[in-house]
Design a protein. Structure first.
Length: 196
């Protein structure tokens, strides 16, 4: 009998939300909080769900907060996850990530990205989306060990290159739409109403 490694999805909810002006995890779309939309979308699609955030927003999901000794920003979050997840969930080879402001994220994200064998990032026909990715803990921890903490915080694109991440393509770019600003939320609400 073939056994498959556990799959894990981490919802990235630790950003500053400066363009939105309020915490994007709790803004509502169609009367539901963004974080709840993501949890419902991916329940049953991964063996484990975690939050990369400073609070759990009443969801009850386990949290992994950023390590203060790691770079600031998204790469620091990925470094923190790769360092901590093997401790809290032994045997977990890696984790997929999705940003909390992406309510239409592809439902097959975890399955397709985690099957690559290494690190992988999503792309549509236009560009890559490195917040929608799969990160192998051993690879990320090796990169972190050689990164000079005094250097400027690198980007997720840098991390994707350093980890030789494979690219996995979806043809529908709307799956990766981020709700970053109030006007994005208004447009998403309008589209939801128009499609209802």
């Amino acid at each position: 009998m073939t056994t498959y490694p556990s799959t894990c999805l981490v919802i990235l909810a630790g950003g500053q939300s400066t363009r939105m002006g309020t915490d994007k995890a709790i803004i509502t779309l169609g009367g539901r909080r963004m974080i709840d939309i993501l949890i419902d979308r991916f329940s049953g699609k991964a063996d484990h769900l975690f939050l990369s955030a400073s609070q759990d927003y009443g969801t009850g999901l386990p949290l992994i907060s950023d390590n203060a000794d790691f770079p600031r920003g998204p790469v620091g979050g990925i470094f923190s996850l790769a360092a901590r997840l093997p401790e809290v969930q032994p045997g977990l080879p890696g984790f997929a990530t999705v940003p909390v402001d992406a309510p239409h994220a592809p439902a097959d994200l975890v399955e397709r990205l985690s099957s690559s064998g290494g690190c992988a990032v999503a792309q549509d026909d236009q560009r890559i989306h490195p917040t929608f990715a799969y990160w192998r803990c051993d690879i990320i921890n090796s990169i972190r060990a050689t990164h000079d903490p005094g250097e400027r915080a690198p980007s997720l694109r840098w991390l994707a290159r350093q980890s030789a991440a494979q690219v996995v393509t979806w043809s529908d770019e709307t799956l990766f739409m981020n709700i970053n600003r109030p006007e994005d939320l208004a447009a998403a609400e309008h589209n939801k109403t128009a499609g209802a």
